[in-house]
Design a protein around this ligand. Sequence first.
Ligand SMILES: *[C@@H]1O[C@H](CO)[C@@H](O)[C@H](O)[C@H]1NC(C)=O
Ligand SMILES: *[C@@H]1O[C@H](CO)[C@@H](O)[C@H](O)[C@H]1NC(C)=O
Ligand SMILES: *[C@@H]1O[C@H](CO)[C@@H](O)[C@H](O)[C@H]1NC(C)=O
Length: 327
Amino acid sequence: MLSVVLPLFFLVGVRAQTYSATYLPSNAPNHSEQGQAGTNQCGTGSNQTSQCQNAYINSVDDFCVFAPPEPGPASVIGNTERFEVSWCIKPGYGTRLIPDGSVTGAHFVQTPDYVQVTGVGDFTKINIPKGDAGGELDPHGADGNGNPIGGLVFSSAFTGQIQQVHEWTNFMSDSQFCFRACKDGPKAPGLCEHIYDVMGCEWNMPGNYGQGFAHCVGDSGEPMGVYGASTFHQGDGRTPPPHPAPATSSCTTVATIGNSVSVSGAAIPTNTTSSPTAPPTTSGTSATRTSSGSSSTSSSNAASAIHLPGSGALVGLITIVAGASIF
Ligand SMILES: *[C@@H]1O[C@H](CO)[C@@H](O)[C@H](O)[C@H]1NC(C)=O
Ligand SMILES: *[C@@H]1O[C@H](CO)[C@@H](O)[C@H](O)[C@H]1NC(C)=O
Ligand SMILES: *[C@@H]1O[C@H](CO)[C@@H](O)[C@H](O)[C@H]1NC(C)=O
């Protein structure tokens, strides 16, 4: 019996780090997995109907998340995880752009074993229905083809050169996000564990979920769910507390992140009847944000925002107006 178990264990251990393929954005196929809805051949543009499924996680102002391609109440993460598309802060990856002002907090941490960005915002602007507690995206999924199927993640944070990251995990809800991409190596499967998919960001990736933007270095922390010699599994009787957030240092704060796109990701206008949420009280954070370099384009963006339904665009417009009156 033992002689069978040991070789199997060995094979599984090796397989976890032997990836079937490694791509760069420049040589990725149209579809990296069977059943893929979008594409990995994304070009160097950006537009809000892109079906690109390549995500990048490079720095506090250069990252992407996966989110639904279409708006509407049926687009909860649980329903759309198989065909979600990439939404980025930075243009030029062939993806959709996260509208400015959607992300109100983003905290990037570079550790020896992974990079991570955690934060908050209004992700109804990238098609996540209001009230969706969300779910988890990862390169595995029920059939091993990933959620989304064929989603690829790249980073230049480890070597300065863009490379594929084979183990990653991204939680999305209507108001919170976290994305960790693990450096290829023996620790990657544990530090980018994907089996705790109902536990949310703060349990899986303890860190800073406050407002504002910062880039830090940090310690790697402990693998999700592993507490010394015992490993928790979802459904086990008692849920252990999250690991403490690993220490960070050398933090650089950034006033704002963005791309001067203020239009919603909703390619098809939604026919929403919900009343707009109250505008945020003018705070130091929003004033700082709107004082950024993107303010030169804010008037034209405001014009396009007016045509969009939904509370997100209205809040964005109010933010721009508030910024303009301050400066
Ligand atoms: C690539 O994939 C997309 C999305 O599935 C599809 O619409 C397109 O036709 C494909 N392009 C080629 C050249 O096969
Ligand atoms: C949007 O971006 C995708 C991916 O780069 C590209 O294939 C598509 O042609 C673009 N669409 C428009 C309308 O520019
Ligand atoms: C929007 O909703 C209203 C009320 O339900 C309906 O009368 C109208 O036709 C809808 N418009 C579109 C474009 O679907």
